[in-house]
Design a protein around this ligand. Structure first.
Ligand code: ADP
Length: 203
């Protein structure tokens, strides 16, 4: 089994940008967010279970999960999040396991898990935790711009995520992404060299 580096960070911290830099160095990247999107895209494996659980109102005209409607439901009715997670999490987990097995020859793999800190389960499944970090104000500005959301909508998403301090406390490695994008490659290059030199304690 490869050494597994769990890559996490709050929404908008820059996980996707960082994951791409590892991928450019030939590192297999397994992204649970990408898997979640595929499962909930038109014809995705989770869509029929979502329809059965929540009704047609949670799917859009193409048959994909309607994220805006789901976000509203979850904020109005927190138990809906648990019902959605009960459908998605086992599917994401088995797909991650499949991809980990398919990449078992790699020296190490990056497993992107947005809510790694929040999930005791995933922390047990990674050998090391790398956190992409930036100021909360930076996160808010990026997500408002990327997702076309109002400030209070972003703040509500942040409220259900771990605090910056909790993530930093759990980090083995911290990637500082508060500045220019050009600040990232040297940090990723340095971590890449370290990770190549590490060995899995489970393999
Ligand atoms: P995450 O995957 O953690 O939600 P992304 O990697 O998608 O975050 O980054 C969030 C947004 O901010 C994207 O639109 C991305 O292009 C932008 N971004 C990320 N890092 C920087 C940076 N250092 N400077 C400027 N924009 C950035």
């Amino acid at each position: 089994m490869s050494f597994v580096v769990g890559l996490t960070g709050g929404i908008g911290s820059g996980k996707s940008v960082v994951a791409r830099l590892f991928a450019e160095r030939g590192v297999p990247v397994i992204d649970t967010d990408v898997t979640a999107h595929a499962l909930t895209a038109p014809g995705g494996a989770a869509t029929s279970a979502i329809r059965a659980e929540f009704g047609d109102g949670m799917l859009d005209a193409e048959g994909a999960l309607d994220r805006v409607a789901m976000r509203r439901l979850v904020f109005a009715e927190p138990s809906a999040r648990k019902r959605l997670e009960a459908i998605l999490h086992p599917m994401i987990r088995s797909e991650s396991d499949r991809q980990l097995a398919a990449n078992s020859a790699a020296r190490y793999v990056i497993l992107v898990v947005p809510l790694l800190i929040e999930s005791g389960d995933y922390r047990k499944r990674v050998d090391r935790v790398a956190v992409v970090d930036c100021a909360v104000a930076t996160q808010i500005a990026r997500v408002m711009a990327r997702n076309k959301l109002a400030r209070d909508e972003v703040e509500r998403i942040l409220a259900v995520q771990a605090a910056r301090s909790e993530r930093l406390a759990a980090a083995d490695d911290v990637i500082d992404n508060d500045g220019e994008l050009a600040g990232l490659p040297p940090q990723i290059e340095c971590l890449h060299r370290q990770y190549l030199a590490l060995r899995s304690h489970v393999g």
